[in-house]
Design a protein around this ligand. Structure first.
Ligand code: HEC
Ligand code: HEC
Length: 162
């Protein structure tokens, strides 16, 4: 009986240990690796991982590059099509997506909505609730979109520090 209880506790312990390891994946999101996307979408800010948004968001964004958050980010037709395909393939809801951080962010996206800002996702807002304008300027940046100012491995897809 005692022996059995021990085995049960050991099994629960292993289960908890495994859960902790699996959760480490919650700090990772597959980064952009396509050179064209890195170049064209990493010019004004870091190239955001496609897994932060669903495919319909990337399609909408790529259809409106002439007025991209107040800037002209237009591209030649061929480049635009290629980058759209890259972003859609890595989107949170793409086949093989729905993992780690991408799954967490997607779980907050209204199925009827098409968000363009990952920084307005409730998971993001919650994680950054303590980031004040003072904290941004202490890092030498004005916008929370400058992820690498605080997450030094952001461009490699890791957000496990601050
Ligand atoms: C000419 C400069 C420029 C280029 C090129 C550019 N962007 Fe942006 N982008 C901006 C600006 C400005 C913002 C708003 C930043 C802010 O609010 O701090 C923005 C914001 C974004 C956001 C929303 C960030 C948030 O708040 O969640 C996404 C996503 C984004 N861009 C994706 C892209 C993609 C994809 C490309 C390549 C097709 C691209 N950008 C190219 C200037 C640019
Ligand atoms: C001014 C600094 C700052 C900037 C800029 C910033 N973050 Fe953060 N981020 C933080 C802090 C602080 C936390 C909370 C860390 C904690 O609680 O351990 C955090 C947490 C996170 C987490 C949760 C990590 C975890 O351990 O669960 C993610 C994901 C994240 N940030 C992504 C981003 C992305 C994507 C951007 C850019 C769009 C960004 N951050 C920009 C400071 C920043």
């Amino acid at each position: 009986m005692t022996h059995r209880l021990f085995l049960t506790l050991a099994a629960i312990g292993l289960g908890l240990g495994w859960t902790a390891t699996a959760r480490a994946g919650d700090d990772f999101i597959a980064p952009v690796s396509d050179p064209l996307t890195l170049r064209e979408c990493g010019e004004c800010h870091m190239a955001f991982a496609p897994g932060f948004l669903p495919a319909r968001s990337w399609r909408a964004m790529m259809a409106g590059l002439a007025n991209h958050f107040g800037q002209d980010a237009s591209l030649a037709q061929g480049d635009r099509a290629a980058i759209t395909a890259t972003l859609e393939a890595g989107a949170a809801d793409a086949p093989g997506g729905r993992r780690g951080l991408a799954a967490e962010f997607l779980s907050w996206v209204d199925p009827a909505g098409t968000p363009l800002r990952l920084t307005l996702n409730p998971a993001f807002l919650h994680e950054h609730r303590r980031v004040t304008p003072e904290r941004l300027s202490a890092r030498g940046v004005r916008s929370i979109t400058a992820c690498p100012a605080c997450h030094r491995n952001a461009e490699r897809g890791w957000f496990d520090d601050d």
